[in-house]
Design a protein. Structure first.
Length: 394
């Protein structure tokens, strides 16, 4: 059974704290004072010490101006690859060669077709010349025959008229009884024969004229067919010539050449046998002499606090920051739209090289790096408070 406090015997004196713990010495007092002072100093320092809050994004060194693309205009299969990333090239230098086997085969086939068409066209031209010569020859022959027939008609007409006059004279004599009737009948028979000969001569002229017209119609038809055949051959020859020009252009386009002096910053030319699509951009050149810029890809969630002019710290992979430190830069531009959830950010470096003592590391197009982009500038205490708020909200 518990005894109430007011029944505690008076013979048990109350205990004091210093009866169990010894009083702190001078060293403990000084340590406490120093610890409190250090904590206050650290707290004050955290409230005023500047701190750059940043986001890190990968990027690469690129020329500041527009790059020059290299396109495989005709497409095809790669035969040789003669270029690699970050390689220096000159205008007109051969970067890659496409396979020419299909082009050569097509060109040989077209050349055979062209030779055949030229032979057929030559034969058609010769046939046309022969038909023209035949037409002139037949026309001369028929003209001569018609002229001969007309001469026969004229002769028969003259004979018929003479016989008519003689018949009229004999009829007058027969009426007077000066000649016998038999002589008159013979003359009448002669007149009939002369008229028959005249009719035959006239019929011969008509037949010759009809034969001439028929031959001329046949020759005109043959000439027209020959002209049509020659026109068709010329059309086919023009089509073959056009295809030959296309193969010549394809042969020219099979050589992928550098359009300008510069550096290969990107290439899709991988290996012989690779198939390239018509119009595909297979390489990108940075023109020589252009200033350099840094291109980074930043997730959309980190873009909102950024704006032009903010600082960035660049850690170049080819220039280790342990040896050369970091390179300062300023945000120059932020893309208006995201591509695949990322924004392209352009950073302008303060220099195109890093120096440590006598050592020098020069930036070159294509170098990879990490960029720390400063979102805001505050204090260590402010950062800690924001982190605590984020933890509390979760």
């Amino acid at each position: 059974m518990t005894t109430p406090l007011h029944h505690v015997p008076h013979q048990l004196p109350p205990a004091a704290a210093d009866e169990f713990l010894p009083p702190p010495g001078a060293w403990a007092h000084q340590l406490g004072v120093r610890t409190a002072a250090a904590g206050a100093a650290l707290l004050l320092l955290a409230c005023v010490w500047p701190f750059d809050e940043s986001v890190r994004a990968p990027g690469s060194v690129r020329p500041r101006g527009e790059n020059s693309p290299v396109q495989a205009l005709g497409g095809g299969r790669l035969q040789r690859v003669l270029v690699s990333p970050n390689q220096q090239v000159r205008a007109g230098q051969l970067l890659a060669q496409l396979d020419l086997e299909a082009i050569n085969s097509q060109q040989r086939q077209l050349q055979r077709e062209r030779a055949q068409l030229q032979e057929q066209l030559h034969q058609a031209a010769q046939q046309f010349t022969d038909l023209q010569a035949q037409s002139r020859s037949i026309h001369r022959l028929m003209t001569t025959q018609i002229a001969t027939a007309r001469g026969g008609v004229a002769q028969a007409l003259a004979g018929s008229r003479f016989q008519d006059r003689e018949l009229q004279r004999l009829r007058g004599l027969a009426a007077e009884g000066a000649i016998p009737q038999l002589l008159l009948e013979e003359k009448e028979a002669g007149v009939a024969v002369a008229k028959s000969q005249l009719d035959q001569a006239r019929l011969g002229v008509g037949e010759q004229r009809a034969r001439l017209q028929a031959e001329q119609a046949r020759l005109r038809q043959s000439l027209s067919a020959t002209i049509s055949a020659r026109a068709e051959l010329e059309r086919q020859l023009a089509a073959v010539d056009g295809r030959l020009r296309e193969t010549a252009l394809a042969r020219q386009q099979s050589r992928l050449l550098a359009p300008v002096d510069g550096t290969v910053v990107e290439t899709k030319l991988r290996y012989p046998g690779q198939v390239l699509q018509p119009g595909e951009v297979v390489a990108t050149l940075a023109p020589k002499g252009q200033p350099l810029a840094i291109k980074v890809q930043l997730p959309s969630r980190d873009v909102a606090p950024l704006k032009s002019g903010q600082r960035a710290y660049l850690r170049v992979g080819s220039c280790p920051h342990t040896d050369f430190g970091v390179l300062d830069g300023r945000i120059q531009a932020i893309a208006a739209d995201a591509v695949d959830g990322r924004y392209a950010v352009t950073i302008s470096p303060v220099a195109d090289h890093l120096v440590r003592g006598q050592r020098r590391c020069v930036l070159r197009p294509g170098m990879e790096l990490d960029a720390d982009l400063v979102i805001r500038r505050g204090t260590v205490m402010g950062l800690l408070l924001r982190k605590l708020r984020l933890l509390a909200s979760t």
